[in-house]
Design a binder for this molecule. Sequence first.
Ligand code: HEC
Length: 402
Amino acid sequence: MELTLGDLWITDWLHLLARWFHLVVGAAWIGASFYFNWLNNNIRPMDDPTGRLAGGLWAVHGGAFYEVRKYKGAPETLPKTLHWFKWEAYLTWISGLTLLMFVYWLQADLMMARPDSGLSPGATTAIGVGALVVGWIVYDLLCKSPLVNHPGLGFVVAGLLLGGSAYGLAQVMSPRAAYIHFGAMMGTMMALNVFFVIIPGQRAMVDAMIKGEPPPLDKGRAGALRSLHNNYFTLPTLFIMVSNHFAFTYGHPMAWAVLIGLSAIGAAVRHWFNVHGKGERNTWILPTAAVAMIALAFVSHGPKAAPAAGAAASAPTFAQVEAILAKHCVQCHAAEPTFAGITAPPKGLLLTDPKQVAGNAALIKQQAVDSQIMPLANTTGMTPEERALLGAWIDAGAHLDD
Ligand code: HEC
């Protein structure tokens, strides 16, 4: 593909701004969501001659006192200003899609493709876009199906479908792309839940009130269900978004399983918050999640690459390593990269500099030996033997030749 992020320096700045914006609106969205969850859990019955209140609470914050009331249904009259919370969700989704497009879809040959899948970068991107669309359609249909009356079964079906998509995505695209698309799929469900179900339901309630009609209860119920789902999606989605910066997650040979593990732990922790908020003392969820996390940490170290067949008794020399780096790494990791679209050494890592090679040996081993994240999309066709040689040199202490 011709258009790449690195072609113009200005695109680096736009990328930074887009990422910053995405974080800011995302924080506003999730922050509001957490706050309302917390409100619902802490509202207590209060003195109420009208009989319309579900309860209320007092809070002190930033040097001021606040009183909040929650109504059972609608208030008698609508206030002049009624705040809605929707733009945070829409903007997070739009900025997220923008990032996805610039970082992954427009650099599909580097960021999307999985060399051994036999799919072209374009086809891989089409699958990525399709996953977001199909994911939403299937999810939305399930929410409108009789399954909603069987929460236990619904949970199993949702778990299988989500787990299946994590596995499926990892088969067709680079593991890092699979992670971000899985997160984007859940983020899309969350944002479209707000757009297509939650906000229209609230609007129908307000409209009914203005006309003096009873509020449409079915719409309220549908909105509550989607809100509950969004609640469970928050922590896994955030977890996945940050794990994209930690190669030991998506770099694992069974990256999809790590992804499912991270998502399940995120949802479990969210569940703990929910039951805890209801005043139930649950003693097993958090310890279980902690044990699962520790187990995942151990497993994600992954099997180490086997030593090269007939590995020499003596460690490889740096000259051998340097030849491999020259063949597979310095197109990108040099002061002036020659790889199209890369304008500066990624992460400032100069693999032309022996001192940097030795100093970053552990990181290099993780990226190019234990996992096969580098060279990116294995554009240069690095062989298992070359990886093993690099690993053997690092294991022997990463000594530069005298
Ligand atoms: C096609 C370009 C390209 C090639 C070739 C390439 N890299 Fe990279 N490398 C990158 C990019 C881009 C990043 C930054 C990834 C990110 O944003 O997390 C990176 C990051 C790294 C990192 C730092 C990871 C971190 O989390 O700090 C290491 C280590 C690394 N590469 C090692 C290698 C080695 C070793 C080779 C050769 C075997 C290699 N790379 C070949 C593009 C490349």
